[in-house]
Design a protein around this ligand. Structure first.
Ligand SMILES: [Zn+2]
Length: 294
């Protein structure tokens, strides 16, 4: 289909009451797993890259891999910068051909967060790229092993409304009890807060920390205005656990198909489960008779 910006995917999602999955990618296999799963369900998807993945793989190389796969996909695929930590990172992503960027300076005071986010939004829009901002601080640290469950700062609905108006962001990440990494105990999302935010904020709302949020809470969050759900840790873990397991098989021989096929299949399966849960409730979802083998 095409490489898509996020507005094309998320505005429809919010208005029709479903969410689009966004998965962290860092190499060819992770991109193929995400896009292959989306194709098998005929649903749109977001591949996203955070600062760690960009520094690990090289932002340009990663963008080229993701774009190559997206441009040949049978479904719309967005390429998004996750948690861009400064202006330069966001500009570099735009330069590399990302179709969407997040600027996350939510730990700064409100005024400074607004000023920097607005600047990024202005440049992104000039390049035909969409932008996500964050108000309130999602807990857990982007790459923590386990969420402590602590909430540094929940999103205040009134601030969220002002933030969106003053910055012009296309999508808004909120802190409503969600956190990054595996949760120690099932998270309790504040749906009342989310409802108030959704009443004041017209743009699609983003739920970070999708790893480990129970299906029922995910459905409820989507009902209350969430249109994009980020999954990182659980997706990385699907690869990691499968890598471990295949190597313990009797007479395991080290070659590329033996080592990489099962982890990619397992990760693809996880993505398919998640986007099936998030996606539109179609009377009958179009399934390909034989999903592409990735
Ligand atoms: Zn996040």
């Amino acid at each position: 289909m095409s490489l898509s910006d996020m507005n094309s995917l998320l505005v429809a999602a919010r208005s029709k009451g479903y969410a689009v999955g966004a998965f962290t990618v860092w190499d060819m296999e992770s991109v193929q797993a995400v896009v292959g799963a989306a194709e098998s369900l005929n649903l749109p998807v977001i591949t996203q890259v955070g600062p760690w993945e960009a520094d690990f793989a090289g932002m340009e190389l990663l963008a080229d891999i993701a774009k190559h796969v997206a441009l040949r996909a049978s479904v719309p695929v967005a390429l998004h910068l996750d948690h861009g930590e400064n202006f330069e990172r966001a500009m570099r992503a735009i330069h590399c051909g990302f179709t969407s960027v997040m600027i996350d300076v939510s730990d700064l005071p409100f005024r400074e967060n607004v000023a920097l986010t607005r600047e990024v939004v202005k440049c992104a829009h000039a390049a035909g790229v969409t932008a996500e901002g964050e108000i309130g601080v999602v807990g857990g640290g982007i790459h923590s092993a386990e969420s402590s469950g602590e909430q540094p700062a929940m999103t205040e609905p009134e601030e969220a409304e002002r933030f969106v108006k003053e910055t012009g962001v296309d999508a808004l990440a909120v802190a409503i009890g969600n956190a990054h990494g595996f949760y120690k105990a099932a998270p309790r999302l504040d749906f009342r807060r989310l409802t108030e935010i959704a009443e004041r904020v017209p743009v699609p709302i983003v739920l970070h920390g999708g790893t480990g949020i129970p299906d029922e809470a995910i459905r409820e969050a989507i009902k209350h205005g969430i249109a994009k759900i980020n999954i990182c840790t659980q997706f990385v873990a699907a690869f990691g656990k499968a890598f471990q397991e295949v190597q313990t098989e009797p007479d395991f021989a080290y070659n590329i198909p033996n080592l990489f096929t099962e982890p990619r299949r397992r990760a693809k399966q996880l993505v398919a489960e998640k986007i099936g849960l998030f996606g539109p409730r179609l009377p009958r979802r179009t399934m390909r008779s034989s999903p592409p083998e990735v």
